[in-house]
Ligand binder design. Structure first.
Ligand code: FES
Length: 88
């Protein structure tokens, strides 16, 4: 959906920039949204606010691999096993 008719900026384009971590002011500078008649400013700000509010949750929900934490250092795969450190 086109949010800014004057600059032909869509909500998807605004959302993409907001999800990249840009603020409204940065998006306005980058895309030119709400820089002519200004009628779209509230709608554009709403899109940015919704993306900012849902960004962290969406990132967690989109994780495909669960994070497996080791219970102690012996279970960790982060350290290569060494013949000098094997348990007797
Ligand atoms: S509709 Fe966005 S500046 Fe006019």
């Amino acid at each position: 959906m086109i949010v800014c008719v004057c600059r032909r900026v869509s909500d998807r384009e605004i959302a993409r920039h907001a999800h990249a971590g840009m603020s409204f002011d940065e998006i306005q500078f980058e895309l030119g949204v709400a820089t002519q008649c200004g009628r779209c400013e509230n709608c554009a700000r709403d899109v940015v606010a919704q993306c900012s509010a849902s960004g962290a949750v969406a990132h967690i929900q989109n994780a495909t691999q669960p994070i497996q934490l080791a219970n102690n250092i012996l279970e960790s795969n982060a350290w290569p096993s060494s013949p000098f450190c094997s348990a007797a």
